[in-house]
Design a protein around this ligand. Structure first.
Ligand SMILES: [Cu+2]
Length: 180
């Protein structure tokens, strides 16, 4: 219970910091990085590692046809990934927004998505599931992109990723990061 409280207290700070860095990344260049929560210890761990150096850079695209360009990413345990999501569509965020959300293995995705539906004001990232979110981009309209840098868990397995905009998971905007 107290850990939950701690998580909730730290997360907003992390998200603000991540947004600020993401903004800089958008204006500056490839090397700048943003990070949200790093692992199951969430924001606390992210604070201990304010500058993660990516082991790999991965480009993911989304479009007006409601598809990601990839549904599987293979990676190594503990690897630091820099994922750039680009919305190659032309439609606005409110009707055709996309994001890229990486979840802990044990997340109940149905409940996550149900909660996400009601939280447009928070980019469809359900606040009560923040400890389940390993990393998440901003919600992007057509032509926008955002980069997240995060460390994969040490535990091998399949970590789901998805777009949390309502209805997108159901038409295939999901996939897995296979951690070996
Ligand atoms: Cu989407």
């Amino acid at each position: 219970m107290s850990r939950m409280k701690q998580t909730l207290r730290f997360l907003p700070v992390t998200f603000i910091a991540a947004s600020a860095v993401a903004f800089l990344a958008g204006c500056g260049g490839e090397k700048a990085s943003a990070s949200t929560a790093a692992n199951s210890d969430g924001a606390v761990a992210a604070q201990e590692q304010p500058t993660l150096t990516p082991d790999r850079f991965i480009n993911v695209t989304a479009n007006d046809q409601m598809k990601f360009n990839r549904n599987e990413i293979k990676a190594k345990a503990g690897q630091v990934l820099s994922v750039t999501l680009t919305n190659e569509g032309t439609m606005p965020k409110f009707s055709m927004g996309h994001n890229f959300v990486v979840l802990q293995q044990d997340t109940d995705q149905e409940q996550f998505l149900e909660a996400a539906m009601t939280q447009a004001g928070n980019d469809y990232l359900p606040k009560e599931f923040q400890s389940s979110i390993i990393a998440a981009t901003k919600l992007l309209g057509g032509g926008e992109s955002d980069t997240i840098v995060f460390q994969l868990p040490e535990k091998p397995g399949k970590y789901p990723f998805l777009c949390s905009f309502p209805g997108r998971y159901q038409v295939g905007m999901s996939g897995v990061i296979v951690v070996e």
